[in-house]
Design a protein around this ligand. Sequence first.
Ligand code: ADP
Ligand code: MG
Length: 697
Amino acid sequence: MNSIPEFFGSMVFNDEAMKKFLSDKVYKALKSTIENGEHLDNSMANEVANAMKEWALSLGCTHFTHWFQPMTGITAEKHDSFIVPAEDGKVLMEFSGKELIKGESDASSFPSGGIRATFEARGYTAWDPTSYAFVMDKTLYIPTIFLSYTGEVLDKKTPLLRSMERISSEALRLLKALGRNDVTHVSASVGAEQEYFLIDKEMYLERRDLMYTGRTLFGARPPKGQEMDDHYFGSIKPRVAAFMADLDRELWKLGVLSKTRHNEAAPCQHEIAPVFTTCNIASDHNQLTMKVMKNLALKHGFVCLLHEKPFEGVNGSGKHNNWSLSTNTGENLFRPGKKPFENKQFLLFLSAVIKGVDEYQDLLRISVASAGNDHRLGAHEAPPAIMSIFLGSELESVLEAVANGEEYVGVKRAKMGMGVDALPEFKKDTTDRNRTSPFAFTGNKFEFRSLGSSLNIACPNIMINTIVAEQLSQFADILEKSENLEQDIEKIIGETYKKHHRIIFNGNNYAEEWLHEAEARGLCNYRTMPEAMEHYSDEKNVALFEKNQVFNKNEIHARTEILLEGYSKTINIEALTMLDMARKDIFPAVSRFVGEISQTVVNVKKLDVGINPKSEINLIKKLSDLLDKFSTYTEELEAAVNKAHSFKGNALSLAYIYCNEVLAAMGKLRKVSDEMEQYTCADFWPYPSYGRLMFTI
Ligand code: ADP
Ligand code: MG
């Protein structure tokens, strides 16, 4: 199997495998579950389980595992072998429908945000037939959801599936109200572009900050950063290219539609993007992609960093979530067509997004909030923490015309003149792109750009699906009863634009002026994770989730707690790592270096030939002063950490202590250390420098 079409999906229990291993009846039933979200009868589970086992055994598998996405943000798995004891002291290889459908797992060791006390340990994983099972490392992976004994969801997958059902139902209602009876299912489609860093494994092992926290906590800027723009789309180094080739191959076997690869802006930063697919599959695939990247990197002598900000002074890593809606008849509901002004169906769906993003800016911000992402949002390299939509001038003029009851006279697409007859001509797009917008309309989809690189994309997609479903539902309520459809459609589009155009911003989102303008427009700007999390349980948000049956109030509270706890724990580990490095490595190293120069001074003076070792003495003074500061700031950081440790208040207040006090103390300590690094002989510095980490691959 050497050609890509031959081995693509060979490790997935996909259509081809299902056809081969299942009876016609069960195959058809399972397929309509996958494609249309229809219920699968439990009686079929035994046959499916057996078929999966036979298929997995044919690929050399020995184990199976339920694979789920708990609130830790990463995936979880527990492997069981297929063996069952047989009479004669031998074993059989078995896998029952029961084992496929339900797994029991100790839920107490996964975060539940107070939903589960530690002693109430029971949790279930339940097969998600809408997502394909696959084989990796001789193990059959079965995608599952994860919930508590009392039925509360403890994962990111269940609410995603719920939100997908909501948006399908409400989009169908709206389409029906418009007289469209041909469509029976609408699905959210997603393509996630993923950024990452590759660094050398040996150097990684020399840095405890990278090992414990995924980012460098100390490190002076090297003489060169990314200012020459010579890495973005630059030619790919052979060692990296070999990794990328391997990565594509592994992902293709797993049915991941890996499509694009290139170098990113920062040195040793890269990107991979797949072709878009149904939202829940895209989400599974992105989790898989991150897992495969990490594992394969090690085989190539690299470590793959998925942290949002591994290095100061160069770009961090994000993820772009491209989102759209498509019908089972193959129509993209966000395709404006040649004449968007006449495409009222498109304008209605567009209006639903505009209204949704404006009314629930806070939820979008919350969905991307994390300790790591706080280093990026608003740092002039990623979109700011303010949510806004980029539409482009043409679409905005279209909406304005509808709002004013005017006709829109379109702009003709100009020809691109290149001044050379031999070059092929093409037509320009009617609007330019905007790379700075957090939520940009990019022709036939929206690109949500605020995600951090390690985020589970289920989080933002739960939000987008739910808030848009809510608006579609409100529009459908009106149009289902309408007596003058055309007039009411225009009214909805016009009024939405008038009421919500503050959320549309086509300018530079990185500019200082935008901060002021956004404030004047009354848009939210939650700069840090705790600030954002305060709003998860706002009344309007609870009402939205309960009405749409995505979360209940308990589940929202629980999620808030879990996310805040995760935030505090992350910063706590970072602070403790800094203290460890500061005392055990950095202070002793600089002190030893000062000792060596001091010895030089003593030796020179002993020579007694009238040489005054002035420069050495200046350096000793400089470094001693810095070391003094360094000690003081180390103590200050320890005091801040101790304060957090002895704090007895709630999770939000604790998160604020970490945000306002611990992070600030960490920043001060780092600054002095980075200055000392610049004056200390490289032989003495205990860690590989930024220059070596970023430029020696
Ligand atoms: P860029 O944003 O870097 O210019 P592309 O425009 O090529 O990149 O697309 C980025 C991602 O958007 C890809 O993963 C692509 O598959 C995805 N995409 C394209 N069309 C859709 C769609 N209708 N729905 C969701 N994602 C889409
Ligand atoms: Mg993009």
